[in-house]
Structure formats: structure tokens, C-alpha cells
Design a protein around this ligand. Structure first.
Ligand code: BGC
Length: 247
């Protein structure tokens, strides 16, 4: 196998997905595998699943992995939608030990953003680009002239006294049984707030809802171009693999 491959692993709230990635071209080399995230998503339980995925691909090289938290030098500093016991855990070390492969972990939205900026809709976009992933929570990836400013956590900005992700994530829409139109007003308010703070040149919206962008993007009033992510479910896996090389 050439040096330009890494196993990309995307740790999400409902599933852990993996596939070998060609990191020169940003494409999966085989069909991805998915194992449901353990209900009690402790470090030991998640590490076991990541090890199982590495064994499935008989993987012995570099592994890049996403994690839904602030990650600095491999250590998790937050745990908004995962077990609290992750805080302070050296995720790199736990997963390296479990898989026997060198693992590099990064924030999930940062990974998806890296993939979109390298190979997707953010490619060649100068200025300030914000990718927001709308899922269980809201993840963010901030780019300045295609350079990532990591761990921005803009999903936790407070709007009208509430965590932004509790108002504008895809999960919030489902929990409140909102129509696309109702939810779009919350998303719009969020994007307007981000615009007031960062004056972005482009918003990229990721997460499963981005496939339904035609239902809500036309309803937004924010005066900045808003485009759906183009790499779909693969962005996290591909970005994580790229992160492994950059590390
Ligand atoms: C976490 C972020 C993560 C986002 C998306 C937020 O609750 O704080 O680190 O990127 O969810 O998973």
C-alpha cells in the first residue's frame, strides 16, 4: 500500500464509521464499515469498536480519527454529546493502544471542514469560511484562506440565553417536531449571529440535513452565500485520514 493512505475513522453519536482513504485524492479506497456507537460511550467501549474496525480492514498503518470534542495534542477537553469520562483522556494514546496503529485524533467538524476545503465546496475559497455541521449538536470549522483555526466550538455560542446547538441543530428540529420553515428561523438567527461576529465569506452546512438544503437554504435571510457540503457522509472519514498525514 502506498504511503498516501490512512484509515479514516469517524466517531459519531450513533455510529462509528471507517474506511481506508487515498489521501492524495480524498477518496475512500473501499466501502466504509459502520458499527453502532456503544450506548455507554466510555473510552474503553469506543476503543474496542475502533480496534474492531482496524481489524476488519487488517490495518497496520496510520489511523486518523474524528472525535466530537475539543482535541488538543490528542487530549479531549470537552464532552458535550459523549460520556463525560472522556474529558482529560488522551484519545490518541487510548486508540493507539487499542488498535496497535499510530492514531491521530481531531475534532469531528474540523475533520469534515478540512475535507470540504481540500476537495469539496470550500476548495479554493479565499477569506473566512465557516463550516457548520448540523447533527446531534452543532460542530464548527473556521478557515482563513483555507487554513484551519481548530476547535472553535461555535455550536456553543449562547443565543437568547440558550446554547446555539440546542436551538439550531438537526436534533433540535427533530425533538421539537419543527417544519423546515420553523427550524430555518432558528438556523437563520444562528448564521446571522456568526456573521455579526466573523463576517464570513461563505458558510458550508454539513450533517445529514445538508441533503435537504433546498428545503431550508432558500428561506435564510443571511447575506452570505450558504452552500451544502458536497462530500456527504464521507467528509469526516476523509478529513480524519488527512489529519493523520498532517500530524
Ligand atoms: C461538540 C463539538 C462537536 C459538535 C459536533 C458539539 O456538541 O462540543 O466538539 O464538534 O458537537 O459533533
Amino acid at each position: 500500500m502506498s504511503e498516501a493512505t490512512a484509515l479514516g475513522v469517524d466517531i459519531g453519536g450513533s455510529g462509528i464509521k471507517a474506511a481506508p482513504v487515498d489521501i492524495d485524492n480524498g477518496v475512500l479506497l473501499t466501502k466504509r464499515q459502520r458499527i453502532p456507537t456503544p450506548q455507554h460511550s466510555t473510552p474503553a467501549a469506543v476503543a474496542q469498536v475502533v480496534a474492531q474496525l482496524a481489524r476488519h480492514f487488517d490495518w497496520h498503518g496510520s489511523v486518523g480519527c474524528t472525535f466530537p470534542a475539543v482535541i488538543k495534542r490528542g487530549v479531549a477537553y470537552t464532552a458535550a454529546n459523549v460520556d463525560r469520562s472522556w474529558i482529560g483522556t488522551d484519545v490518541d494514546a487510548v486508540l493507539t493502544e487499542a488498535t496497535g496503529c499510530p492514531v491521530t485524533v481531531m475534532n469531528d467538524a474540523d475533520a469534515a471542514g478540512l475535507a470540504e476545503v481540500r476537495w469539496g465546496v470550500g476548495r479554493g475559497q479565499p477569506g473566512v469560511v465557516i463550516m457548520a455541521t448540523l447533527g446531534t449538536g452543532i460542530g464548527s470549522a473556521l478557515f482563513v484562506d483555507e487554513m484551519l483555526v481548530p476547535n472553535t466550538e461555535l455550536g456553543h455560542l449562547v443565543i437568547r440565553g440558550k446554547d446555539a446547538e440546542s436551538r439550531a441543530s438537526a436534533n433540535a428540529r427533530e425533538e421539537k417536531h419543527q417544519s423546515w420553515k420553523e427550524w430555518a428561523t432558528y438556523l437563520d438567527e444562528y448564521l446571522l449571529y456568526l456573521t455579526a461576529l466573523f463576517s464570513p465569506d461563505l458558510f458550508i452546512l454539513g450533517g445529514g440535513v445538508s441533503e435537504k438544503a433546498d428545503r431550508f437554504v432558500p428561506l435564510l435571510t443571511v447575506n452570505v452565500p450558504v452552500v451544502p457540503a458536497s462530500m456527504g457522509n464521507d467528509a469526516g472519514i476523509v478529513g480524519a485520514a488527512l489529519g493523520a498525514r498532517q500530524a
